[in-house]
Design a protein around this ligand. Structure first.
Ligand code: FAD
Length: 455
């Protein structure tokens, strides 16, 4: 394997940091993650898509750490449904497993808390503290390239350690979480419910733990001080009808109520010559979407070729950063529109502050999943990931794919259109691409569904 003699430090070892680091190692770089464990309990749910990504890229320990799949009961707008399924994730266990996978793939892991990152003439100097060293002793490490993967604690895009850009935010939201003990004989389950002050997610892991997480408005001054959180949580549960059944037979754990910020947020400048912000630091969605981990994995996967281009093809810097920023902006837009659609579906408390702020945000028209035929498809040149770099290629832009689609099933669509115009069969086209006829058929069907074969 090529040894790219440039040192890259990744601050933060969640899904985005780990996927970035592993992608860089695959490209021949040496990558070091500095991370500290999640300081509080956190439980999340994931769909099949991120699980498939973990499987595809061989994250065995992370896969093994995923809990059971359950059907999520939803109580929203006065109706109850049980249609969606999700895998239960204990984030503390999952994050440890991700780091184990990263280590197995050749990433160097440092367990420490980053205090500061400073840019010098010849690169970055990162200071961190670790439990192995005497308290307050800062250890320094140098890097040619810096990745900020500290999740919602990322600072590089927020004018923290260096001022490069700012971010755009949705309504201020906090998640209050409380843990309970429950009989291990009760099956694993999740359930979501709306109420006048926000919405709640209840989880039972089937092994004796349950958590209740309540999402509320948290504009300045709305949350009580730490000492009043327990009381506030009790007040919220008293007006959340479903909590009675959820919490029956449970015993509160002593850890108290923990708080996580949860507003949608995106960086307006997520990268430069020598740094990139990945995952939640670049694009954090409202947890109602349940897609955060999926986006964080995607962010890490796209970061590696962007960094490769920045380091090895500086002439393509603008193209690489354009690719990365457009990806963030489009995902943010689609994610926020999806959030607005979910919130607007709850119609019982339009005047309550929580619902009022969210059912009309973001302003403007648009749907999270626009009809592909809403506007005619067109051929454009756009940046894509190609052989480990970002390169310009002919893509097809449609209403549902504003960044364009280059390939379907490995087949470049615009090149296929040329062959189809010359009346080539699927077998003949497949021979040109060194692919199977079935791949060509699926790409041709995609073109047909977008009316691209009528012109
Ligand atoms: C309340 C809540 C509920 C959510 N529920 C879901 C859900 O059900 N499903 C879903 O898919 N997504 C959910 N999400 C979103 C999901 O958590 C994130 O999108 C995802 O974890 C982002 O990955 P990341 O790698 O960018 O950041 P993170 O996973 O946050 O990882 C960042 C890492 O950096 C470390 N770190 C931070 N600061 C430092 C420092 N100074 N030094 C060293 N290390 C540091 C952290 O300890 C952490 O390990 C939820 C988010 C919130 C807030």
């Amino acid at each position: 394997m090529v040894n790219n003699n440039r040192s890259i430090v990744i601050m933060g070892g969640g899904p985005a940091g780990v996927f970035t680091a592993c992608g860089l190692v695959d490209l021949g770089y040496s990558a070091t993650i500095i991370t500290r464990p999640r300081p509080f309990p956190a439980w999340e749910g994931i769909s099949e898509r991120p699980r498939t990504s973990l499987q595809h890229f061989g994250f065995r320990a992370a896969l093994a750490s995923i809990g059971p799949m359950v059907t999520r009961a939803a109580h929203w707008n006065g109706q109850s449904q049980a249609q969606n399924r999700e895998y239960i994730l204990n984030r503390q266990t999952f994050d440890q497993a991700l780091l184990q996978d990263a280590k197995n793939k050749g990433v160097q892991i440092i367990h420490g808390r980053v205090e500061k990152a400073v840019r010098h003439e010849n690169g970055w100097e990162i200071s961190y503290v670790t439990s192995d060293a005497p308290p307050h002793q800062k250890i320094k490490i140098k890097a040619d390239f810096l990745v900020d993967a500290r999740g919602r604690e990322s600072k590089l895009a927020k004018g923290g350690d260096i001022a490069e850009g700012d971010s755009t935010s949705g309504p201020a939201t906090s998640a209050l979480l409380k843990s309970y003990e429950v009989s291990p004989d009760l099956d694993a389950m999740t359930s979501v419910a709306s109420f006048p002050k926000g919405w709640a997610w209840f989880l039972r892991d089937g092994e004796g733990t349950a958590i209740l997480q309540i999402f509320i408005n948290s504009e300045k001054g709305e949350l009580p001080p730490k000492a009043g959180l327990d009381q506030y949580f009790s007040e919220l549960t008293s007006i959340l009808p479903e909590s009675e059944a959820w919490l029956r037979g449970t015993t509160e754990q002593t850890s108290g109520v923990s708080v996580r910020t949860a507003a949608a947020n995106r960086a307006t400048c997520a990268g430069g010559n020598d740094f990139l912000v990945v995952g939640d630091g670049a694009l954090a969605l409202d947890p109602l979407s349940g897609n955060g981990i999926f986006y964080a994995i995607g962010s890490g996967l796209s970061a590696a070729p962007v960094i490769n281009s920045l380091l090895k093809k500086p002439e393509d810097k603008d193209l690489a950063l354009q690719f990365y920023q457009e990806r963030i902006e489009n995902s943010f837009k689609a994610g926020c529109l999806m959030g607005r659609e979910f919130y607007a579906a709850e119609e019982r408390w339009p005047e309550e502050a929580f619902w009022k702020a969210r059912r009309l945000w973001p302003r403007g028209e648009g749907a999270s999943h626009p009809d592909p035929l809403l506007q005619p498809a067109k051929i454009c040149k756009k940046p894509v990931v190609k052989e480990g770099f970002i390169a310009l290629e002919d893509v097809i832009v449609t209403a549902d794919h504003p960044r364009g689609v280059w390939k379907i099933d490995g087949i470049p669509l615009v090149k296929l259109m040329v062959l189809l115009a010359a009346k080539k069969t699927d077998n003949e086209s497949a021979a040109v691409f060194g692919a199977e006829a079935a791949q060509v058929t699926s790409a041709r069907n995609w073109l047909l569904s977008r009316n691209m074969l009528e012109i």
